[in-house]
Design a protein around this ligand. Structure first.
Ligand SMILES: NC(=O)c1ccc[n+]([C@@H]2O[C@H](COP(=O)([O-])OP(=O)(O)OC[C@H]3O[C@@H](n4cnc5c(N)ncnc54)[C@H](O)[C@@H]3O)[C@@H](O)[C@H]2O)c1
Ligand SMILES: [Zn+2]
Length: 354
């Protein structure tokens, strides 16, 4: 087992990579443990849960609402929880977001940690201390930044993950590579067969490299005032697609990355050949879904939390492996969306490199 420490003003967090729940004994309290999980993870892993009160929520993004958090606080209170209680989120990104927010709010904050069970949460959602729920169709509007004491990533648990959810995690892994690590990007492409077979050896290595990228960014900018914004690459269009089509988060982000890469080429920040490289490799990895942008995409983006006074901070690429933040006016974005929608067949133009 390898461990990665994240020290910030908001607390210290340790990521335990490749361990199992047996490694948690000394990190959990003897009593007062509240385990938040979802119906799928509960069904598969309940037998190995540490000793504690289990609070189950419905699996899926639809559970990420303020009401679910309030209900969990009520259930904890009814079960006798107090300020010394400890919340353990045991599940994917949805459970981690909800458990982290519940722990932040219950009695103004109790201790918390995660056992991260999906690929997406092992490389991304459980790391960095952001916890949020959605407000209607707007994602992660209500939330906190608070570091979990630890995050356990048991890679063997990835064997039970449905294929679409596995791909979703790969979307965020490609994102880490695209913004910071060109070598990781090529290694992902070269290892495609072993990744598809979920070889725990190669996955452990790639997850570690991916987490190191995220951890290094979070350490430098825990409150997202600067470099951490790069982690939003692909998310502006991705969130719109995720909500509109109900796609898994990382699959929508992957599509959003390819659109943002095309925007990077359109604005002249990145050579067109780099856009083609990114889109062709991600298509080979099974990560590109044809998805037309829904109507009023700019209106949705404008109301997104990253917009201010007629312009948005947008993460663009200069090359695969190097991201930058640029301020773009909504007018320019609209012009790009018009150009994008007018193209007859996106996939064809990717292959032909138009
Ligand atoms: N807080 C952050 O920094 C952050 C970062 C990235 C993503 N997110 C959020 O994470 C969420 C997506 O996370 P996710 O993809 O893990 O979604 P998820 O938690 O909904 O998990 C996906 C599905 O897989 C199931 N599952 C999880 N682990 C399993 C396992 N080992 N075996 C079988 N089934 C399993 C779940 O029950 C669910 O049905 C989104 O809401 C996104 O906004 C948060
Ligand atoms: Zn994401």
């Amino acid at each position: 087992m390898k461990s990665i420490k994240i020290n910030t003003a908001g607390g210290e967090s340790v990521i335990l990579m490749g361990g199992t729940v047996d490694d948690l004994r000394e990190r959990l309290p003897a009593k007062g443990l509240y385990i938040i999980t979802d119906t799928n993870v509960g069904r598969i892993y309940r037998d190995i849960f540490p000793k504690g009160e289990v609070l189950e929520i419905e699996a899926g993004e639809k559970s990420k609402t303020p009401q679910v958090v309030i209900d969990l606080c009520r259930r904890m209170l009814d079960a006798g929880a107090d300020r010394s209680s400890f919340v353990l989120g045991f599940g994917g990104g949805v459970v981690c977001d909800i458990a982290g927010l519940t722990a932040s709010l219950f009695m103004r904050g109790v201790r918390h940690a995660f056992v991260s069970t999906s690929l997406l949460s092992q490389i991304d959602a459980s790391i960095g201390g952001k916890n949020g729920v959605n407000l209607g169709e707007y994602k992660n509007i209500i939330g906190t930044i608070r570091q979990p004491e630890f995050v356990l990533c048991d890679h063997n648990m990835l064997a039970t993950l449905p294929e679409e959810e596995f791909l979703s995690g790969m979307g965020e892994m490609y994102k880490h590579a695209a913004i910071r690590d060109r070598n990781l990007f090529f290694d992902l492409s070269a290892s495609a067969d072993r990744i598809a077979a979920r070889d725990p050896g190669i996955l452990g290595d790639l997850i570690l490299r991916s987490v190191r990228i995220k951890a290094a960014i979070v350490r430098r900018d825990p409150m997202e005032n600067g470099i951490r914004r790069l982690l939003n690459f692909g998310h502006t269009f991705g969130h719109v697609l995720e909500i509109h089509y109900g796609m898994p988060h990382g699959v929508a982000v992957a599509r959003g990355m390819v659109i943002a890469a095309e925007l990077s080429a359109w604005t002249g920040e990145m050579p067109h050949a780099e856009y083609r490289l990114l889109s062709v490799e991600m298509e080979k990895a099974g990560l590109i879904r044809e998805a037309e942008l829904p109507p009023n995409v700019i209106g949705r983006i404008a109301r997104d939390k990253k917009s201010e006074a007629g312009s948005v901070n947008f993460v663009l690429l200069r090359a695969v492996g190097k991201a930058i933040v640029r301020r773009l006016s909504l007018t320019d974005l609209q012009a790009f969306v018009n150009y994008y929608n007018e193209r007859k067949d996106n996939s064809q133009s990717i292959q032909q490199g138009k």
